[in-house]
Design a binder for this molecule. Structure first.
Ligand code: SF4
Length: 394
């Protein structure tokens, strides 16, 4: 029996096709009185969902986390944040190609996602004037081929798994012809939005088996935010990636109203570990325009992360809590009564690598730039906008 023919989770339909929904008017559970307001929000920050994902919402709960994740909120129109909060434009070397750390290049190869997370930090890519994504990755491939230090390539966007299997296979093939590229990462929320993307596509499964090789793997950087997304179908989907040679890990932001709760986060981490997709990063939400209702202050975030990590086995307690700042990935290491302790996990500037920094405790701060140094060695960065809304429903 070929590997692709092995049944995954018994009783799970592997062939379903989700039905896309592109307007809040197509969501009958949203009361007519709300729709007009939400339509205005979705004119600015696009709405897209599907029947499967909307089916996970408990509409009797006004604070339902899946609803918060996918249904627009009027507070998104508050004047807050920047569209490119971590200044990705500064590390864009050519259209659709970001190079911030020596070993890793990002190829922004698709400008569409299976659905749109309301708190997305790349929502600018879904706007009409976006020119940061390129469907033609040939320049990016040449850039990677010319840079022997690049051993990791992250396919991102948008969601690469929304591309056709033919295009994905062409990209895998081209990357495998570059000897110094060892790891191909796919950043995707399709395992949560459409668990059948991989299960119904034998050609994609075959491509994974061919291009995820013993000494140069394909990694799925999955994006589950809440344990309710880990349905039997989603777990069967993860199983299908793994059976076809893909290594799975999970990364997600900390989002008010969705997973800003130690019990929820710990439950998510444990279920992910059980499913073979252990947590890798927890991101501090970037102060991105439209994201004020989803922001969690750093100190509260650290307390949630700390408490969540008191439970579960070691495999469920592996993530690092980091800020993807324009200067690097900054780990939030600890908080005490007076200070916040940070360390560069990855740094854009070589001299910052591993650097430890200490800041005065500020319970309202949501981003690196809001913090005041507690010693002469720690740098001060420019401030981000003031946060008026800090409470997520616990
Ligand atoms: S899947 Fe990722 S890129 Fe797409 S909307 Fe969600 S957070 Fe943004």
């Amino acid at each position: 029996m070929a590997q692709a023919d092995v049944p995954t989770v018994p009783g799970v339909d592997t062939s379903r096709r989700v039905k896309y929904i592109r307007s809040v008017d197509q969501v009958p559970n949203i009361p007519e009185s709300e729709r007009e307001k939400l339509r205005k929000v979705s004119e600015k920050y696009v709405f897209r969902a599907n029947d499967y994902y909307l089916g996970l919402i408990n509409w009797n709960d006004p604070n339902d986390p899946i609803k918060q994740l996918i249904i627009p909120r009027t507070e998104e129109l508050n004047d807050w944040g920047e569209l490119d909060a971590s200044k990705e434009s500064l590390v864009t070397v050519t259209r659709g190609v970001q190079h911030k750390y020596p070993h890793t290049v990002l190829l922004l190869c698709n400008e569409v996602c299976g659905a749109y997370c309301r708190y997305c930090f790349r929502k600018r890519l879904f706007m009409d004037e976006n020119d940061e994504v390129t469907l033609d990755v040939s320049e990016g491939l040449k850039y990677i081929a010319d840079n022997p230090a690049v051993s990791n390539v992250l396919l991102t966007g948008g969601d690469p798994l929304l591309m056709s299997t033919r295009r994905l296979t062409e990209i895998f093939d081209a990357l495998r012809k570059i000897p110094h590229v060892r790891i191909i990462r796919i950043g995707s929320k399709m395992p949560a939005f459409d668990p059948w993307r991989v299960q119904r596509d034998e050609a994609l499964q075959e491509a994974f088996r061919k291009y995820s090789q013993p000494d140069r793997r394909i990694y799925l950087m999955a994006h589950f935010d809440h344990p309710r997304e880990l349905t039997a179908e989603a777990i069967a989907g993860l199983d299908c990636y793994m059976r076809n040679g893909v290594i799975c890990v999970n990364q997600c932001p900390l989002i008010a109203g969705i997973n800003d709760n130690a019990e929820i986060l710990s439950e998510l981490y444990q279920q992910l570990a059980w499913a073979g997709c252990p947590p890798y990063y927890l991101f501090q939400g970037r102060p991105t325009a439209g994201n004020e209702p989803y922001a969690v202050p750093i100190v509260r975030g650290w307390q949630i992360f700390h408490d969540a990590n008191l439970k579960g086995s070691g495999l469920a307690r592996r993530p690092r809590y980091v800020m993807s700042h324009e200067t690097g990935k900054i780990e939030i290491v600890a908080v005490d009564d007076a200070r916040i302790y940070l360390r560069y996990h990855r740094a854009k500037d070589e001299s910052d690598r591993g650097r430890f920094m200490v800041y005065k405790r500020n319970d309202d701060a949501v981003w690196m730039d809001d913090l005041e140094p507690a010693d002469a060695e720690s740098p001060k960065f420019a401030p981000s906008p003031v946060l008026d809304y800090v409470d997520g429903p616990d």
